[in-house]
Design a protein around this ligand. Structure first.
Ligand SMILES: [Zn+2]
Length: 182
């Protein structure tokens, strides 16, 4: 499974995670499926003032229903999954995450792991399908994407394709230089 992430979605996922850092963010992914083994994530929309603890089960269900009901009046793009952040350094799905995925009709789930930055690394694709890099001088970030393998009925890892993230290092270098000159 390949999951293409647009610039807009990438920026939103990262901003959402950093905004509430040390708390977890949660939101939905809008986009479409291409063929049988590719998703395109066009937009990522965070749930407002959502702490994952509160959004589990009831609130999440209620918001999702409201959103699904009204989304079709706004756009032809549909909900294809969700995203949330981890601040404990793990990129793996928790037991709750697995239950959530197996129980929901969501197709894909992106985890963004945010930690304090320890060393500078350039944005890169990793062998396991993740992408990782730094934001400025403060944060290290890694994105993983899972989908439910319908044959096994278990979450499996997808390969993230995000050309914007890989071009992102140049934006960051320019921002650093601009900050030094200011
Ligand atoms: Zn999680």
């Amino acid at each position: 499974m390949k999951v293409y992430i647009s610039e807009a979605a990438f920026v939103n996922i990262i901003i959402s995670a950093i905004e509430v850092y040390r708390k977890e963010c949660l939101g939905i992914l809008l986009g479409h499926k291409v063929g049988s083994n590719k998703y395109v994530v066009e937009y990522a929309v965070p749930y407002q003032s959502a702490d994952r603890k509160y959004t589990e089960v009831k609130l999440k269900t209620m918001r999702e229903q409201r959103l699904k009901k009204n989304l079709k009046f706004l756009t032809y793009i549909s909900e294809i999954g969700d995203f949330h952040s981890h601040c404990n350094g793990t990129i793996e799905l928790s037991d709750t995450d697995i239950e959530d995925m197996e129980g929901s009709k969501s197709n894909i789930s992106i985890i963004i792991s945010v930690t304090d930055q320890k060393k500078r690394i350039l944005w890169q694709s990793l062998k396991d399908g993740d992408i990782s890099g730094n934001i400025g001088n403060d944060f290290s970030v890694r994105l993983s994407c899972y989908y439910i393998d319908r044959k096994k009925n278990k979450p499996s890892k997808a390969t993230i394709i995000c050309p914007y993230a890989l071009s992102f290092k140049y934006i960051q270098e320019n921002a650093r230089e601009a900050a030094l000159m200011a």
